[in-house]
Design a protein. Structure first.
Length: 196
C-alpha cells in the first residue's frame, strides 16, 4: 500500500511537472486549456474531485495508463494541460493514427483540436471521459485488447466498428460523433415507395 501511494505520489508529481512545461514552441501553454477557459470551465477545473473521480484518477495512475498517455502526448508534441474532473487534456495531436478526432489513454484525453475547443464540446469531452472510466474499470491496459475485440465484433455484426461496440455504446455513440447504423432511417420523401 505504501509502495502504491509512493508510486501515485511520484506519478502525480510527474504529471504536474509535465503539465507545467510547454511542449512545442508553436503551441504554448498560454493558448492551452487554461489560457482561454471560460469562467465556467475554470470553475469546473478548480472544483474538488468527487470520490469517484479521485478513485478513477488514482486507479489510472496506479495502473500506468495515465503515464503512458502522458508519454504519448509528449512524444507527439501536444500541449498538455489540466482539464476538469481530474482529466488531463493533450491538445494539437497531429499523428495519423489513430484517426479519431479525440481518444483517451488513462486519464489523458488526446485531441486534434485545441484544449478550449474540446472543453466547449461537452458531449465529446463527456464521451472521452467515459472511456477514461472504462480504463479504470478494466484495470488499465486490458481495456485496449477488450476495446479492439468489441470493435471487431461490431464490425462483423454491423460493418461498422462502433455501432455494436459495447464500450462505444456505453460512452454514447452520438456524443462520440458516431452514427448508429443499427437504427433504421426513414426513406427519403421522394423515394415514392420504390424498393432499392
Ligand atoms: Zn469513443
Amino acid at each position: 500500500m505504501n509502495a502504491l501511494s509512493n508510486q501515485v505520489r511520484a506519478a502525480e508529481h510527474y504529471r504536474l511537472e509535465f503539465c507545467r512545461r510547454p511542449l512545442s514552441s508553436s503551441l504554448i501553454e498560454g493558448s492551452g486549456y487554461h489560457g482561454l477557459m471560460t469562467q465556467r470551465q475554470r470553475r469546473a477545473s478548480a472544483r474538488p474531485l468527487t470520490p469517484g473521480q479521485r478513485a478513477r484518477q488514482l486507479a489510472n495512475l496506479a495502473n500506468g495508463t495515465t503515464l503512458l498517455g502522458l508519454a504519448l502526448a509528449r512524444a507527439a508534441g501536444t500541449v498538455v494541460s489540466s482539464g476538469p474532473r481530474g482529466l488531463v487534456i493533450a491538445a494539437g495531436y497531429r499523428w495519423h493514427l489513430p484517426r479519431a478526432g479525440a481518444f483517451a489513454m488513462g486519464n489523458v484525453i488526446v485531441c486534434r483540436t485545441s484544449a478550449e475547443q474540446l472543453a466547449s464540446n461537452t458531449a465529446l469531452l463527456g464521451h472521452e471521459e467515459k472511456h477514461c472510466s472504462q480504463y479504470a474499470c478494466c484495470l488499465g491496459l486490458p481495456f485496449l485488447p477488450l476495446y479492439f475485440l468489441a470493435a471487431g465484433w461490431s464490425l462483423l455484426r454491423t460493418g461498422d466498428p462502433a455501432s455494436a461496440n459495447f464500450f462505444e455504446r456505453l460512452a454514447g455513440l452520438e456524443a462520440g460523433g458516431y452514427v448508429d447504423i443499427r437504427i433504421p432511417r426513414p426513406a427519403p420523401r421522394d423515394a415514392g415507395g420504390i424498393e432499392v
